[in-house]
Design a protein. Structure first.
Length: 267
């Protein structure tokens, strides 16, 4: 039986994958046999750190570029460069993202817009840039990194929740509009993952106690712990492989059960 989870012969572009969740997904794709790993960073410094991290992890055939995913002209130029230097893009993971934790009534329009541009408009820009080749090839995988905030709200994350909620529906619409070209577009919805993005929520307090949010999330996760980026590997490979060719428009939550759980009763 052929390995339906293999990514052999596939080139995967993971946006914003110099570290964090994107790096873990890229590492998983390399281990699943991807021919080329392509990633972009927002700065030369981050790109270099990313290339060093891939080299240290023993991942070869890595191609890194500096590109602001919110810059449509730059993204289109990058896709052309990838075609010239690497080849076709079989898999796109829209991973790049930011969050600004500010009470909505205090949030500037500029801050709100920056989150929307990065977390919602950029996945549209990057997907639109790769869809033509996927349509011509009649094959492609687009995976959007959604969030618990694709389903739930909380204080101070209005822009992020609006963006990730929109990303859920963008995922479903790409599925609807391009499924006939054998293109599958699905979402991956991580729960609370220990990365630099959530580091502020896990910082020790001045008195050495745990951050209140840290204890809160542990109480809301059945496993009673934060998840690790490498726990996204299997679901991410599944959504990028032939194993998921009949899965489309689905948001696969990798949250340890948060969305199913009312939370542990305080002692
Ligand atoms: P992270 O460590 O902050 O990484 C975010 C990545 O996005 C960085 O590599 C950054 O690139 C890149 N990026 C941001 N703006 C960019 C831009 N304009 N152009 C190009 N790259 C840009 O965060 P993470 O936790 O790995 O999050 C990755 C994705 O998962 C995000 O979409 C996030 O919303 C989502 N997510 C995270 C969690 C969690 O608990 N951590 C849970 C659910 C969903 P540079 O390093 O080059 O700046
Ligand atoms: C927050 C966190 C979350 C996570 C993730 C949850 O402030 O609540 O940053 O938004 O990043 O999106 O799935």
């Amino acid at each position: 039986m052929t390995n339906i989870f293999s990514l052999e012969g596939k080139n995967a572009w993971i946006t914003g994958a110099s570290h964090g969740i994107g790096f873990s997904i890229a590492e998983a794709y390399a281990k699943a046999g991807a021919s080329n790993i392509i990633f972009n960073s927002s700065s030369e410094a981050s790109l270099q750190r990313g290339l060093e991290a891939y080299a240290k992890a023993g991942i070869k055939n890595v191609h890194g570029y500096v590109c602001d995913v919110t810059d449509e002209k730059a993204v289109k130029a990058l896709v052309e460069k990838i075609h010239e230097e690497v080849g076709p893009i079989h898999i796109l993971v829209n991973n790049a993202g930011i969050i600004k934790r500010i009470p909505m009534h205090e949030m500037s329009r500029g801050d709100f817009q920056q989150v929307i541009d990065t977390d919602l408009v950029a996945p549209y820009i990057c997907s639109a840039a790769v869809l033509p080749e996927m349509m011509e090839r009649r094959e492609g995988k687009i995976i959007n990194i959604c969030s618990m905030m694709s389903e739930l709200g909380r204080e101070t994350v209005s822009a992020y929740a609006a963006a990730k909620g929109g990303l859920k529906m963008l995922t479903r619409n790409i599925c609807s509009e391009y499924g006939e070209y054998n293109i599958q577009c699905n979402g991956l919805g991580p729960g609370y993952i220990a990365t630099s993005q959530t580091a502020p929520l896990r910082e020790r307090q001045p008195d050495g106690s745990r951050h209140p949010f840290d204890a809160f999330i542990v109480s809301k996760t059945p496993a009673g712990r934060w998840l690790n980026p490498d726990e996204l590997a299997g679901p991410a490979v599944f959504l990028a492989s032939k194993a998921s060719d009949a899965v489309n428009g689905h948001i696969l939550y990798v949250d340890g059960g948060i969305l199913a759980y009312i939370g542990k009763q305080p002692k």
